[in-house]
Design a protein around this ligand. Sequence first.
Ligand code: HEM
Length: 524
Amino acid sequence: MPPAPKQKQEYTLEQVQAHNSEDDLWIIIDGRVYDMSKFAQFHPGGATVLYDVAGQDATEQFYGLHRQSVLVKYGPKYEIGTVKGQTPKVEFPAPGDISKVPYAEAGGFQGLPSPYYNESHHEFRKAVRIFCENELTKDAVTLDDSGEYPTDETWEKMGRFGLLASRIGPGPHLNAFCKMGGTLPGGIKPEEFDYFHEMIAHEEVSKIAVPGYVDGLGSGMVIGLPPVLYFGKPPLRDRVVAEVLSGKKKICLAITEAGAGSDVAAITTTAKLSPDGKHYIVNGTKKWITNGGFCDYFSTAVRTGKGHSGITMLLIERQEGLETDPIKTSYSPSAGTAYITFENVKVPVENVLGKEGQGFQVIMFNFNHERWCIVASVTRAMRLVVEECFKWSHQRKVFNKMLIEQPVIRQKMASMISEVESVHAWLESITHQMNQMDYKEAALKLAGPIALLKLRCTRVAHNISDDSCQIFGGRAITKTGMGRVVEGFHRTYKFAAILGGSEEIMADLGVRQAMRAFPMNSKL
Ligand code: HEM
């Protein structure tokens, strides 16, 4: 939130200049006067730097060293008025505002014509952005630092607002959700909702830019609920989908094991039918399960036989015999990344998702959506990094010039902008194609393009991380302050290059899918 406009006193420059001692210390930042006399001793940057600018205009020094959020937090407490004849120039965006920094938003949202977005997408983005800024962003850094999970209250808020439902995409479940009293952000009707709305929901959550905590806000649900939605038996499906979309229960996807990642067929967790044929008894382990630490439900891949056709998907409820232990990753523990052990866990046969032995198809079917979601989130994160670099290179003075005045920095900016724009344009194009197909057709026809898009996206993320770190220097490796966003991106972008299918698997899958469609009668 920008500081509330102050109806405080006006001071002449001479009056401010008179307060220039250690115990009577005023400064000017962007036409506003701050009394720093009491704060100086507690200033995290030390008192002496403030003594050096006592009674003076310190706008340039301030913006060279602090994020605007510092003024939002402390400004109202120390601001005592404005300077006569000066009007504050620096803008404090209001919640939901679209950035004016070039390339900080998709062109379609910065006034350029776009074939993809209509009024409802603009309304939807604004509503989701305001919700994220007001309800999710303010505690994100603190909770991420302390490693806490998002609270039950936060989940229920996301449920009531329709954010959880929006992140599962278009489909009949939205009607069911709204019939039960749920609403979608921006007053969007279920029948209007398309994959661009869903894409926007992922983008806005990603823009919170606190990677571990943001993952804790439902990345597990985004990939764990679709198998239930598309393959669960109606009574189970309807109950679980309603509980999850309202934020009352949490779900995640449990496939990976210590010895089985991209090679899904190598999983060893077993499910054996009980003698009365009513239950499966599950034994084994799962590793790197996003949100696993706090979930109630686990969409789990188990082995019911040999080979590919011996894999089955089961919905398992948290119960005795199912333990989750935190795994220390480069993310914050807020993501709830877990190691899971199953010891004689009893699962009703009704909880099979799809049919016994068809787990591999369920997993593959689900992967396209997961990969597309990853691309939407990472591309938004990259766009934010571009915005951070653009702002920083205008704020930071080096060799008596703005950083952006150095040709080498402009080269890096050009490279970053063009790479992000190209990935985003392909993402929009694929999203448009998804809107024209049903889930099954999209799974078939877009598996290859989505795999190649994910590969391109995470390769670009590698370059963005590298360039932005060089632009931010020491701040890029500092968790707090100016480089906070760049540091978070740099520390965590590799997750996307590994999760949901590694870059190497994506490359191979993309080309092999294209080979299937290759006309063998086509010759040079
Ligand atoms: C309203 C006035 C100010 C407030 C509320 C304030 C507050 C803060 C806070 C909270 C931090 C640590 C936050 C962070 O990590 O970004 C900080 C750091 C710092 N501040 Fe200030 N500050 C003010 C003005 C100034 C001015 C005018 C100067 C210099 C003339 C200054 C110099 C510094 C320095 C050098 C650091 C350390 C930066 C770093 O570690 O990179 N501050 N300040």
